[in-house]
Design a protein around this ligand. Structure first.
Ligand SMILES: [Zn+2]
Ligand SMILES: [Zn+2]
Length: 261
């Protein structure tokens, strides 16, 4: 049995459908060893319905803190899923430095002022080759920034199924090398199965690259509803095993530890 963790969970503090307690209930049923919360924090953008009101950060930390202190049978972790904006690294660092967390997930949802995952219109009339290159370039900048412990859905640009005219293998290789160099983990994000691409992130055809480069990995559900906690995890674990992984990364107080898988 692998040590089971799920560090990518959204509750009503951002765009999830239920309270943290409801996800803990699901996690206990799923037999998870650790459950981590990761609300959306999107600095530098006007408030939107999918991200957390920064005014609520303290309330969120206190809420999870109370649950941590009273919990048996599962370890709880506190995280955030923070949008990365190139050029705003130092401001982001200043914001994060005052928030005590177990881990910070870095996400590239934006290219410029637009999100890549909120509608297929973003892709219309655009050069997909250039979009792929730009998306990976931004993700690599996020890795290099030193702001993040883990990168979410590292090839989210696949979401609507658009493919570049070239084989993007070199983009994955470069990303994996940078992740290893900066000790940043990636996730197998099983929520891709519920999105238009209908498969996990990253593309399973390139998982061997992350394995060859020895990038730390974990499996996350990106659940926005309690019934999706740990969804498709057994499939993700076998996929990782078959791709050559034998360790998983766990997070506590911004430190990473590898556990056998
Ligand atoms: Zn995300
Ligand atoms: Zn998420």
């Amino acid at each position: 049995m692998p040590y089971k963790t799920d560090y990518h969970i959204h509750t009503t503090y951002s765009d999830g459908r239920a309270e943290p307690e409801d996800y803990i209930h699901s996690a206990l049923i799923a037999g998870l060893d650790e459950l981590g919360f990761s609300e959306h924090l999107t600095p530098f953008m006007p408030p939107q319905k999918w991200n957390m009101d920064p005014e609520n950060i303290t309330k969120y930390l206190e809420h999870i803190g109370r649950l941590k202190n009273n919990m048996e049978g599962i370890k709880l972790r506190t995280g955030l899923e923070v949008d990365f904006f190139p050029g705003r690294e130092e401001e982001t660092r200043a914001i994060l430095s005052s928030i005590p967390l177990d881990y910070v997930i870095g996400s590239v949802h934006y290219q410029g002022n637009e999100t890549v995952d909120m509608g297929v219109e973003f892709y219309e009339g655009k050069d997909i080759d250039k979009l792929y290159e730009a998306y990976f370039e931004t993700t690599i900048a996020a890795v290099r920034s030193g702001l993040f412990d883990l990168i979410a859905h590292c090839d989210l640009i696949r979401i609507y199924g658009f493919r570049p005219s070239f084989d993007p293998v070199h983009l994955y290789r470069k990303l994996a090398k940078e992740m290893k160099h900066h000790n940043v983990a990636f996730e197998v994000n099983t929520n891709g199965r519920n999105r238009p691409i209908a498969d996990f992130y990253p593309d399973r055809n390139y998982l061997f690259i992350f394995s060859e480069e020895k990038v730390p990995v974990c499996v996350n559900s990106d659940a926005h509803a309690p019934e999706r906690v740990a969804q498709h995890f057994n499939e993700a674990y076998s996929l990782l095993k078959n791709s050559g992984f034998n360790e998983m990364v766990v997070f506590k107080e911004r430190k990473k530890t590898l556990v056998p898988f």
